[in-house]
Design a protein around this ligand. Sequence first.
Ligand code: ADP
Ligand code: MG
Length: 229
Amino acid sequence: MLAVENLHVAYGQSEVIHGLDLTIAPGEIVAIMGRNGMGKTTLMKSLIGIVPSSRGTIRIADRPIETLESYQRVGAGLAYVPQGRMIFSAMTVRENIETGLTVTGETTVPDQIYELFPVLLEMKGRRGGNLSGGQQQQLAIARALASRPKVLILDEPTEGIQPSIIKEMARTLRRIRDEMGLSILVSEQVLSFALDMADRVLVIEKGQIVHESPRAGIDEEKVSAFLSV
Ligand SMILES: Nc1ncnc2c1ncn2[C@@H]1O[C@H](COP(=O)(O)OP(=O)(O)O)[C@@H](O)[C@H]1O
Ligand SMILES: [Mg+2]
């Protein structure tokens, strides 16, 4: 569903992603793990088109998207939940979700989204800035789902979220995959969360994939060693 080949991304003269390959099957959840500064955010921004790639291909369901603008990539089926959530604080919950509708031509938020996140229905008239961190993360995911993606990418969704809510988020993301049938790529530093939700775990170091394992039979010590400083 998502196929990335030989992706190179640089900031000016400084290359950060060095020829990365990545494929995600339909309905698969892949966690990409790595310490701070290893290139997770740069990878995700280049997939959605916020940071340009200098070489390589990115395909969604066999359609090359690497030359498209971000909004066109969203139209092609890619949705992005940025690190730090980046919801619109002054807009209401409903208005925040509606910003995700622009590529579908729908004018109202699908019921399915409020079924997944009942708290957002309760709070749909509140300003985004008044929600808790966990609720803002749900809002950012809801906004991404409003574009009816084939592939959902989330950049460190557990950052700054309480452990009890992290468990629930893993369950919710699996439920989203099961009910909507989409593929998920999530970057993460919390191994327990990755093991709760992912079918496959990748480790990124200095812009390259250095380890890969299905969740079943994963060598937790080895992955932890990559994550510790
Ligand atoms: N806007 C930028 N300009 C220059 N270098 C950057 C920029 N953003 C990130 N970097 C560098 O790219 C590398 C990867 O960063 P990043 O993708 O944010 O990693 P991660 O998300 O894994 O913490 C780091 O060395 C970081 O300093
Ligand atoms: Mg990051």
